[in-house]
Write a protein that binds this ligand. Structure first.
Ligand code: PMV
Length: 333
């Protein structure tokens, strides 16, 4: 039995759209920060007596997610020449499927636990590919701090490369997460991306402009230039939601409180408080702050009517095994 932990990551330059549906290849690169205090912990045990995979989420069997979990495990099993089914137990300390990147931390933890449990010596690239096959944002949670998932056009079109840009202590930004709804999102990100790619009139321009946004964000991170990172991150977020809003029928991931949070964060920044926002495919708002501003930002966010809960986090490490790593290896690599 191996237990691994991974934290969600928050994209500052968003990925939205898939180039290949079958391989889940993203249409664009992306850049994110990995959090510290929100986590997924996943325990896995391969069992020769188990007739099929068993998946429990927060202690409850979750047959709806089981297919995706088994599909993620299959190539890992194949690589280890293992045919055993697995018992998988996952716990999240934050709401699942509500725009808080639970699939990213979930699949990063699953790949980390499974490869260790099977005794596989694998490269970071292999792990990244297995995580990406399940969720386009999951590879980024394999690393801590600032992470880029690059999409190569040449020499190998359609290959991704996971690049750890800087560790958390390079620039110890902090994140306030404002929960504005606990309902699962009405349209999942894969369906939302497909609809956007097929029907949004802005989709082609989004793809073209992504490399410039990535260059801008990467150089802002390297130079610890907060204003530059704020501008490109808010731009990427609003652009992604703009595309989705323009799909047919339009995808509205926000609620009224989401919009209020965005205007409040903009007001804070106009008053000199170093904070900017980003929002993923859901109504929750993430406020990214310079170290030192978090108490004030969290205090203000808590007062916004409709904000149900506020969580705070520093930037954290990547996915790792937290117990059972000394267990005997069942399958030599
Ligand atoms: O990882 P997926 O396939 O659930 O998609 C995530 C998409 C966004 O969170 C909206 C953006 C991103 O890059 O994380």
């Amino acid at each position: 039995m191996i237990k691994a932990q991974a934290q969600p990551n928050i994209a500052l330059v968003k990925y939205w759209g898939k180039r290949h549906r079958s391989s889940n290849l993203p249409a664009v690169g992306s850049l994110s920060v990995t959090l510290e205090s929100l986590w997924t912990q996943t325990e896995i045990e391969f069992d020769p007596d188990l007739p099929e995979d068993l998946f429990l989420l927060n202690g409850i069997p979750d047959p709806a997610s089981l297919v995706r979990v088994s599909r993620c495990l299959d190539p890992i099993r194949q690589r280890a020449s293992c045919t055993h089914r697995a018992r998988i137990q996952t716990h999240n300390n934050f709401p699942t499927s509500a725009g808080l990147a639970s699939s990213a931390s979930g699949f990063a933890a699953l790949v980390t636990a499974a490869t260790t449990a099977l005794g596989l010596k694998v490269t970071a690239e292999e792990k990244s590919e297995w995580a990406r096959g399940a969720s386009g944002s999951a590879p980024r949670s394999l690393y801590g701090g600032f992470v880029e998932l690059r999409l190569h056009e040449t020499p190998a079109p359609g290959r991704t490369e996971l690049v750890p840009l800087a560790p958390p202590d390079h620039w110890p930004l902090e994140v306030v997460v404002a929960i504005t709804s606990l309902s699962a999102k009405p349209v999942g990100s894969t369906a939302g991306m497909d609809r956007t790619a097929e029907t949004s009139p802005f989709y082609d321009r989004w793809i073209e402009a992504q490399p410039a946004d990535l260059d801008e964000a990467r150089s802002a991170v390297q130079a610890r230039d907060f204003e530059k990172l704020a501008l490109v991150s808010e731009h990427s977020c609003l652009k992604m939601h703009g595309l989705a809003l323009a799909a047919k029928p339009g995808l509205i991931y926000w609620n009224g409180t989401t919009v209020t949070c965005l205007t409040v964060i903009r007001d804070l920044r106009a008053r000199g408080i170093p904070v900017f926002f980003t929002v993923d495919a859901g109504p929750q708002v993430k406020a990214i702050c310079e170290p030192g501003a978090i108490r004030q930002v969290a205090g203000v966010m808590r007062q916004i009517p409709g904000v149900l809960e506020v969580m705070t986090s520093r930037l954290g490490p990547g996915a790792r095994v937290i117990s059972g790593a000394q267990a005997p290896l069942m399958f030599p690599s």
